[in-house]
Design a protein around this ligand. Structure first.
Ligand code: 13P
Length: 247
């Protein structure tokens, strides 16, 4: 479904020095041509990365404000991101949902605003371990997906990232079968609730402990259209290995 997509979410990591090194490693890496590649540095390094990283790789923010900028201390507006050439934003990441406390509706509205201003959106969803164990994985994911569907004007510029919270930063990657099962269910939900066209066109990527050793097996699954990578995206050569696991 669509072009393979690999995002690197650098989260709240790095210094000017380590980020310059990572950019230089990415600039000299060899990537398969038929893959969309995006990296998401912390806000304070976005301009540096945008100005020094090869155009082969697009740049994403990790969050954006829900509306037009103004008196919102500590927030960054979509207009400001556009102003420095950022093309993407990650929204609804589990760390923002569960540590910062962002709610479905707020996230859906952020996605709608970012899209309306011309940013592309990596829309994250995913269940907690206790939700999986209680058999609620699909319910939780559908509810989070619905909150995007309720607000977004179009799905043309959205990539869905399924990131089970129990797999993030834990080293416990979902098995290819576990990820595939959820991706199929999400596509089915889109078909029933949005349209068959959106269901077949929208890329659904997997995130949670993806690394250079497990990406190739995951990438073989029909409904895994790419990855959102955390820890392993901080190492240029390993990130390149993951990008190049496209099948
Ligand atoms: P890890 O790859 O470090 O598990 O993080 C995944 C993630 O949250 C990407 O957004």
């Amino acid at each position: 479904t669509g072009k393979f997509f690999v995002g690197g979410n650098w989260k709240c990591n790095g210094t000017k020095d380590s980020i310059k090194k990572l950019v230089s490693d990415l600039n000299s890496a060899t990537f398969e041509p038929d893959v969309d590649i995006v990296v998401a540095p912390p806000f304070v390094y976005l301009d540096l990365v945008k100005n020094t990283l090869t155009d082969r790789i697009e740049v994403s923010a990790q969050n954006s404000w829900v509306g037009k900028g103004g008196a919102f201390t500590g927030e960054i507006s979509v207009e400001q991101l556009k102003d420095i050439g950022v093309q993407w934003v990650i929204l609804g990441h589990s760390e923002r949902r569960h540590i910062i406390g962002e709610k479905d509706e707020f996230i859906g509205k952020k996605a709608a605003y970012a899209l309306s201003e011309g940013l592309k959106v990596i829309a994250c969803i995913g269940e907690l371990l206790e939700e999986r164990e209680a058999g609620k994985t699909f319910d939780v994911c559908f509810q989070q997906l619905k909150a995007y569907a309720d607000f977004v004007p179009s799905w043309d510029d959205i990539v869905i990232a399924y990131e089970p919270v129990w797999a993030i930063g834990t080293g416990k990657v979902a098995s290819p079968e576990q990820a595939q099962e959820v991706h199929v269910a999400l596509r089915d939900w889109l078909k029933k609730n949005v349209s068959a066209e959106v269901a077949s066109k929208t890329r659904i990527i997997y995130g949670g402990s993806v690394n250079g050793g497990n990406s190739a097996e995951l990438a073989k699954k029909e409904d895994i259209d790419g990855f959102l990578v955390g820890g392993a995206s901080l190492k240029g050569p390993e990130f390149a290995t993951i990008v190049n696991s496209v099948t």
